[in-house]
Design a protein around this ligand. Structure first.
Ligand SMILES: [Zn+2]
Length: 425
């Protein structure tokens, strides 16, 4: 352990971080106690702005700007009309310099909105016990916001000067499709790298799976059961369609072996049928059937390809009725997959920094989706997901984060920034 600490860019980093850990956990308890479900981020942002100000970092609250209509990266469900929607922006100042010895810039990003409490009565009453904080958002993702704050506080305490810009983006509405992230990408400067903080158990994810929801409507020919021979049963056609969907899943699974970053998952891709509504009456031949489901796919495909592949499953069906009597649309979730090359300096810097911080990260693709896809695909910036806490606890009635995980992740972030932003070629 002693050897690992000596490898930090600044050997005092871990100690300085620990000296502020009580403040950090108190801040997290405050943030958790503010019920910031998607579209209601203003109050939690105000508390965070106060904490940033206490370490000398100014911040700006920006109400969510109007977004381009029918943007392909926006969720199709309209956002809430709350006036508490928006993002909080901050940053770590760059060293004043007249010469052009600029380092590399980075965006540190996480989200301030949380999913609702569900069955958890105490979700917004944080409990700090046995080195853990429990509450909604503890790890997803208010704990990550505190990791960023703590890393910045340590850089301040150590009077660190950086050549490259650090932009901090605390965004809203991640949980309902990434509206805040898209606003940040469209309206703020680009950077040489992006770290999206989510609870990854300190693993480094340079790639994420994508997900697309689909809706398939099949029309049959309804008749009374007594004249069944004159009808076409839409449920029978749905059974054929389901077989085709599972055949497609098999194809996706076979092709997934070409993506080694995802090979550790028992099922890295999926075609899931989540809802089936069909028919009207037990003694009638079903005149319609609607199937709804999702496709999980890897970075070798994009949404457009998956849409086309799904469409051709049915349009080229050897069942002539099915091929002429289906409607396919994609009204829900549409998250692209992405992948940043393993030999990209952002990934190699993060991996080296993790080892010198005492973290032994697994570097692999993530089978969850988050704002990172928007920075990577829409923003065209090298992007990696990393964070403290366990994804298994997120959205649960037992969400928590360990104090020590906050400290370790903050040490890692501060150490990484010093390496990344002061790099000069
Ligand atoms: Zn999250």
């Amino acid at each position: 352990m002693r050897n690992l600490v000596f490898k930090l860019v600044n050997p005092d980093l871990s100690q300085v971080i620990h000296s502020r850990l009580n403040q950090a956990t108190a801040l997290l308890c405050d943030l958790v106690s503010i019920r910031s479900i998607s579209g209601y981020e203003r109050k939690v942002a105000a508390r965070l702005a106060e904490a940033l100000s206490s370490i000398g970092l100014p911040s700006q609250w920006e109400p969510m700007p109007p977004m381009p209509p029918n943007d392909p990266d926006l969720p199709s469900s309209p956002p809430t009309d709350s006036d508490e929607r928006g993002n909080l922006y901050s940053g770590f100042p760059t060293r004043n310099q007249s010469i052009s010895n600029h380092g590399r810039s980075i965006i540190l990003q996480t989200h301030l909105d949380v999913v609702p409490a569900g069955e958890w009565g105490e979700a917004f009453t944080p409990i700090h016990r046995d080195g853990r904080i429990y509450g909604r958002g503890a790890c997803d993702c208010k704990g990550q916001a505190v990791v960023i704050w703590l890393a910045m506080a340590a850089l301040r305490d150590l009077a660190i000067e950086l050549n490259g810009r650090v932009d901090i983006q605390f965004v809203g509405e991640e949980e309902i499709g990434g509206i805040g992230a898209l606003a940040a990408i469209l309206n703020r400067p680009r950077a040489d790298g992006v770290i999206v903080l989510e609870p990854t158990s300190m693993n480094i994810h340079p790639a994420c799976r994508g997900a697309l929801w689909f809706r398939l409507k099949i029309t049959g020919k309804s008749t009374h059961m007594g004249r069944k021979y004159e009808g076409i049963n839409a449920i029978d056609k749905a059974v054929i369609a389901i077989a085709k969907l599972y055949k497609y899943e098999k194809q996706l699974l076979e092709e997934s072996v070409k993506q080694p970053l995802f090979s550790n998952y028992p099922m890295p891709v999926q075609v899931n049928i989540g809802q089936l509504n069909a028919g009207e009456w037990p003694s009638m031949v079903a005149g319609k059937a609607t199937l709804e489901g999702g496709v999980g796919f890897l970075p070798d495909r994009d949404i457009k390809t998956v849409e086309q592949e799904l469409n051709s499953l049915f349009s080229t069906s050897d069942d002539n009725w099915l091929s002429d009597h289906f409607e396919l649309d994609f009204p829900g979730l549409r998250n692209e997959a992405f992948s940043t090359p393993l030999d990209h300096p952002l990934v190699t810097t993060l991996v080296a920094s993790a080892h010198s911080t005492g973290i032994a990260p697994v570097v692999r693709g993530w089978n969850a989706s988050c704002d990172a896809r928007l920075y990577a695909r829409r923003g065209n910036m090298p992007t990696v997901v990393f964070g403290a806490g366990d994804m298994g606890a997120a959205h649960s009635s037992n969400e928590f984060i360990n104090d020590e995980a906050i400290a370790l992740a903050a040490t890692f972030i501060a150490n990484t920034i010093m390496q990344w932003c002061n790099y000069s070629s």
